[in-house]
Design a protein around this ligand. Sequence first.
Ligand code: PLP
Length: 367
Amino acid sequence: MPRPIEALIHPAALAHNLQRARALAPDARVFAVVKANAYGHGIENVFPGLRGADGIALLDLDEAQRVRTLGWRGPILLLEGCFEARDLELCSRLRLWHAVHCQEQIDWLAMHKTHEPHRVFLKMNSGMNRLGLTPSAFRAAWTRLNALPQVDEITLMTHFSDADGARGIAHQMQVFLEATSDLPGERSLSNSAAVLRHAADAAVRADWVRAGIMSYGSAPDYPEHDIHHWALQPTMTLRARIIGVQQLQAGDTVGYGSSFRAEGPMRIGVVACGYADGYPRHAPSGTPVLVDGQRSRTVGRVSMDMLAVDLSALPQAGMGSEVTLWGRGPGASVLSIDEVAHAAGTIGYELMCALARRVPVSVDATA
Ligand SMILES: *Cc1c(COP(=O)(O)O)cnc(C)c1O
């Protein structure tokens, strides 16, 4: 039998989560963000859950091609736009909308030969200082784009640095609104955290929201809020089985570096999951897991192919027991990826994106 570990993708949960974005921004259209191979889920695996989206947003031209091959005829937005002039040919051929965040991308458009003018998303750097034109250069860029026969529609776009946290979005909203007040066109501002926390403001919802992490059942502002608070459902389950059991006495240690020492007699299970599967090596002893749907904790260091869990309070559990590393467990049990990520000092995004290739993935066809 193959090594007993698998990932299960839940497209129905993704559809539910996209509905949550829609409910919070009812007057906006919703881009489902599927960059990084749908945040590690596999674009093909989540595709059945994407049908309710109004558009699909991603970064790689290769991923755009895959989405078209799956039969998606709706909008596709390249969030970083083109990386070189030649990419515009694919934009024309696949009817891709693309971000324009710098002068070079405007230069390429001006030289591009096309019969069908493009829809572009002109991106402002309103304070994040990653991609985008400064507020002072924004109007001139808009005017230049607007004069190009290669361009038909210009949507105004920006991205928030702190929608999930204490600083919030007010400073960036002010910059964006001031610099765009008399420009026509649709607007797109909000990522998941802005949809969840700030969408009471119509200017934040705007015309298009870009729902990434919330679509995948992770709360961007964990631990302040969790997925139950936001009514989101996990879209990825990572589960494995117990392949060994050890009985420990007081003073016995577990795993490399002997980082865990038993204080008294205890029973542990060894799980067929390690950092080479994408489980975070930095998860300390005490990181939550589900064993047969019951909460327990890891003990000792995570190794490449295995980790250990405490079975002391679970006498029925043993060889072959199912261990949920994150996602949906047996019955109605749930272990949010955010809890695991938080324990390991990272975020849900990183764990889902890091699911290793060696883990077999299947699609959960049930609701
Ligand atoms: C990744 C990304 C998003 C989605 O962000 P989430 O926090 O996952 O919702 C939205 N907009 C842009 C430009 C992005 O790069």
